[in-house]
Design a protein around this ligand. Structure first.
Ligand code: KG4
Ligand code: ZN
Length: 351
């Protein structure tokens, strides 16, 4: 079964072709980072317009790279939410239109389900059931994953998402957009002993997290020194390191607690913060020491991409009953959900 995946929820246009027997055949990504950089963050209207410009050429490229034709597709999967409304509309309208034209199902995929399943793109891949640590720009959650569409929330951040905390802290230190990767690079050169920041909710007794206090602690350090512009490079690196140490400690502790609580031994890490080197190293050490197994998506599929959406669509087609469009009206209508809880998708499937 051949599935085309379209991801347009934020500032990356991702397109991929996934085959249920051969695996990922081709994928292409256009990042809008350079376009948004001058504004210090994502400008939604510019994001939507750029998705419109990129999506069809990327579809053509992916089909050409895989030597496949549109007529060979069995389904189209697009990100239905959560994300920026205008950006989501681009992938959803292209996906639904293609489905309508080809008479094939067009599936709206939850963006986080894509992230959650993305470690299945790795070799070796985990088997169900597993625990997933989902750490992206908008979410920080621990989920028990029993199978495709069977997700139970174990704990989540009560305020800022992990990626959001990375980005906001980077801004406090005067780093350019996008802050997360830059902050983590800077942290690599920092001294972990110079500053100690709080580990919020480390001993809360549950699997919830909180990161806004950590960001405020950095703000205090910056203000005490007269602002980011007054801080020398070495001190900035040391603060970045202290922030990353605290963040990683909390994520590792909560992940281990989630494994203990569920009795699972496989942990998968997904979402943009999963690209963080220190998080990967510390989690690997901690999980292996306890006899568990750790799985990550390949680095390029940690952040937003079309491959995870094509994969999620293919798995839904395989494992969950999908009704084929039975009328022109049903096939030509689609929804987007800018706000959407992952737990809401249950095992429900739309076509
Ligand atoms: O999953 P993703 O690409 O988009 C969302 O769905 O949010 O995640 C983006 C987030 C951003 O907040 C970014 O700063 C963060 O992931 N991120 C990182 C790293 N690479 C990306 N955070 C820490 N270390 C990194 N290496
Ligand atoms: Zn994402």
């Amino acid at each position: 079964m051949l599935v085309l995946g379209l991801e347009t929820s934020c500032d990356e246009t991702g397109v991929a072709l996934y085959d249920t027997s051969a695996g990922l055949l081709a994928h292409a990504l256009h990042s809008q980072v350079a376009m948004h950089a001058q504004y210090g963050g994502v400008v939604p209207e510019l994001a939507s317009r750029d998705h419109i410009r990129r999506i069809l050429p990327l579809c053509e490229k992916v089909l050409a790279d895989a030597h496949r034709k549109l007529s060979e597709l069995d389904a189209i999967a697009y990100t239905e939410g959560p994300g920026l409304a205008g950006a989501l509309l681009v992938g959803a309208s292209v996906g639904a239109s293609l489905g309508f034209a080809l008479g094939k199902p067009a599936l709206g995929i939850h963006h986080l389900e894509g992230h959650l399943l993305s470690p299945l793109l790795a070799h070796p891949a985990p088997d169900f059931p597993f625990v997933a640590l989902l750490v992206s720009g908008g979410h920080s959650q621990l989920m028990a994953v029993a199978g495709v569409g069977e997700y139970r929330l174990l704990g989540e951040t009560l305020d800022d998402a992990a990626g959001e905390a990375f980005d906001k802290t980077a801004k406090l230190l005067g780093l350019a957009y996008p802050g997360g990767p830059l902050l983590s690079k800077l942290a690599e050169t920092g001294d972990p002993r110079r500053f100690t920041l709080p580990r919020p909710m480390l001993h809360s007794g549950n699997l919830d997290m909180s990161f806004s206090g950590l960001k405020t602690a950095v703000l205090t350090l910056v203000q005490q020194r007269g602002g980011a512009h007054a801080i020398d490079g070495r001190t900035k690196a040391d603060i970045a390191r202290a922030f990353q140490e605290a963040m990683v400690d909390v994520l590792v502790a909560k992940s281990l607690a989630a494994l203990a609580e569920t009795g699972e031994r496989q942990l998968v890490v997904a979402g943009g913060v999963g690209a963080n080197k220190q998080l990967r190293e510390q989690l690997t050490r901690a999980v292996l020491t306890r006899g568990g197994e750790l799985f990550y998506p390949p680095l390029e599929f940690c952040t937003d991409n079309g491959a995870m959406i094509a994969l999620a669509g293919a798995l839904r087609m395989q494992h969950l009953p999908v009704a084929r469009p039975d009328s022109a009206r049903a096939a030509s209508s689609f929804t987007i959900r800018p706000r959407w809880d992952l737990e809401e998708i249950g095992i429900a499937v739309r076509s």
